[in-house]
Structures are given as C-alpha cells and as structure tokens.
Design a protein around this ligand. Structure first.
Ligand SMILES: Cc1cn([C@H]2C[C@H](O)[C@@H](COP(=O)(O)OP(=O)(O)O[C@H]3O[C@H](C)C(=O)[C@H](O)[C@H]3O)O2)c(=O)[nH]c1=O
Length: 186
C-alpha cells in the first residue's frame, strides 16, 4: 500500500494494491495492520456510502462535535470526487488551511481525516459512489456544517457556484467563523 503525507499535517492519502488479471481485480481495501502502520487508527464503528447522480454535487463541509467526533477514511468505488479536508482545530498552526485530493475508482486512493477536520467533496463524474469508514457513530445533534464556498477558506473547488448541486442544509451553512472552539488543537 502506498502512503503519502499531504501538505496539511494529519491528512494522509493511501493507495492499496490492486491485483488485476483476466477476470478483473482483487484489492484489500482495508487492512488494519497496514492502515495502523500508515498512522490510521483501527477503531472504525460505522461504514457509510453515498451515491451522487450528477457531476458537480457538493456534500459538505461537515463534522460532528465531541464526544461524537469522527475520523473518516474515504474512498470512491465508482466515478470520481475532489475530496477536501479543512483544519478546524482552534489553536492549530494550520487552522483554516485546507487540502484537496482527487479520489476515484480509477486511482483507487483513499483519504484519512482525523477528528477535528471538516470534510467535503465535489463529484467529478455522474453516478459517483463514495464509501467511508468512521471512527464515531452518527449523532445528528452534534452535526455541524460550514459553507463550502466560504470566502475565508478560499477553497479552490473545481466547480462554479452556478453548477454546484447542494442540499438545503449545505446551502444554509454558516461561514468558517462559526467553527471557532468546535475542536481544540492538542
Ligand atoms: C451522515 C449521516 C446521515 N444520515 C442520514 C441523515 C439524512 O436523512 C440522510 C442524508 O444525510 P446528509 O444530507 O447529511 O448526507 P451528506 O450530505 O452526504 O453528509 C455527509 O457528507 C459529508 C461528506 C460527510 O463527511 C459526512 O459523513 C456527512 O455529513 O442520511 C444517517 O442516517 N447517518 C449518517 O451518518
């Protein structure tokens, strides 16, 4: 498995091996030992999957507050996304900084985001399926959102506001200012 630390400390991109043959391929998409060696904890308690039928669907920026914070290990099993992590840990030297990575069924890469980071993505193809493991269970009351196109964050999304497809919840999300104090940098 290939492991790449990204420009935002704490965010890790991993690419499991994929063994192709005349039938197709086989891949260990999650191996506790390999992931632990990459610095990705082994306690995942929930698997999620979403399908976005259109190109340009933006989901995020989301997180859950303590004690329901979620580390996420994200991968794409059909189509492609541009996946984004934002450091929301008050006191962090990289507070408000972001990193974006293309994850696709083609490149087979996965992105690890620890607790304390906002997560969001935009689909780059129609009928994109995203699957992700979470270190915490869903807790609706502790969900928080920040608007995807917050000027303060300046995320360089590969989609225009006109073309972006968002949920009502995400259309009404506050700016990143709201995130002050959500997470403490340790
Ligand atoms: C997240 C979640 C949602 N739901 C229900 C609640 C709603 O009735 C429905 C759709 O939820 P939502 O619109 O919040 O789904 P997304 O916009 O894809 O949200 C996700 O998008 C970004 C990218 C994330 O990282 C989070 O995991 C998550 O916030 O699924 C559940 O039952 N369990 C869950 O864990």
């Amino acid at each position: 498995m290939k492991v790449e630390a990204l420009s935002l400390p704490g965010i890790v991109k991993v690419t499991p091996a994929r063994f192709g043959d005349n039938r197709g391929f086989f891949s260990e998409t999650y191996n506790q030992k390999n992931m632990a060696e990459a610095g990705i904890p082994d306690l995942f308690v929930q698997d999620n999957q979403s399908l976005s039928r259109q190109k340009g669907v933006v989901r995020g920026l989301h997180c859950q507050l303590a004690p329901h914070g979620q580390g996420k290990l994200v991968r794409v099993t059909r189509g492609a996304i541009w996946d984004v992590a934002v450091d929301a840990r008050t006191g962090s030297p990289t507070y408000g900084q972001w990193v974006g990575v293309e994850l696709s069924a083609e490149n087979w890469s996965q992105l690890w985001l620890p607790v304390g980071f906002l997560h969001g993505f935009v689909t780059l193809e129609e009928n994109t399926e995203v699957q992700y493991k979470c270190t915490g269970l869903y807790d609706k009351a502790s969900e928080r959102s920040v608007r995807w196109d917050c000027e303060q964050l300046g995320i360089e999304w590969p989609v225009t506001r006109e073309d972006a497809v968002l949920s009502e919840k995400d259309l009404q999300a506050p700016s990143f200012d709201a995130a002050q104090g959500w997470f403490e940098y340790k």
